[in-house]
Design a binder for this molecule. Sequence first.
Ligand SMILES: [Fe+2]
Ligand SMILES: [Fe+2]
Length: 203
Amino acid sequence: MSNQTPQIEPTTEALVKLFSYYRDAEMRGATLLIKMMQRDKDPETQVLFSRHIADETRHAWLWTKRIRQLGSFPVEVPDGYQRRLGKALGIPLSVVDLFALTVIVEERSVRRYNEHAASPYCDPETRLLLGELTKDEKWHISWMEEWLAKLALDRSIEDHARAQLARYRQVEGEIFEAFKDEERRWLGFSFSDGDASAALAAG
Ligand SMILES: [Fe+2]
Ligand SMILES: [Fe+2]
């Protein structure tokens, strides 16, 4: 990571908008998990889903608290991450596809939160919060990947599961790139730009 001091600070308004996006993604993640849990009859999975849903709603609450610490309220997010994904992919119908999509979304959240925390523009309070969230997200990926592999094996559709993961990963990647462009318009940089953002600001 660069030691350069950032030359531009994001405005509170822009941060509130970004944190509202994070909050929306966590909340919609929880909503999807609740729907998945209602379709699954396995008792062991019920326990895993319950813990996972509790984590995601807590994450949404922690972003809400962070927004309040900034003296603001969450702003409306009409075109959030999951909505964009839904528009591009449609709503997956099978449980295996839902698991595959959730794994991709969870992978993104860990990567993005890590990038945000590593950014020279990240303030200490937000960095602390991101560290807290990332701990949970790693567990989310591991149990979901394990169950996806198990479900695909039981149904002899491992190839299908692999293909769906690849397809979702590609479409999600495009959506995230578009989001980064928008973020650059709000903030003047993206928290995912890494060192490049500091060099840009310093130059
Ligand atoms: Fe989360
Ligand atoms: Fe998660």
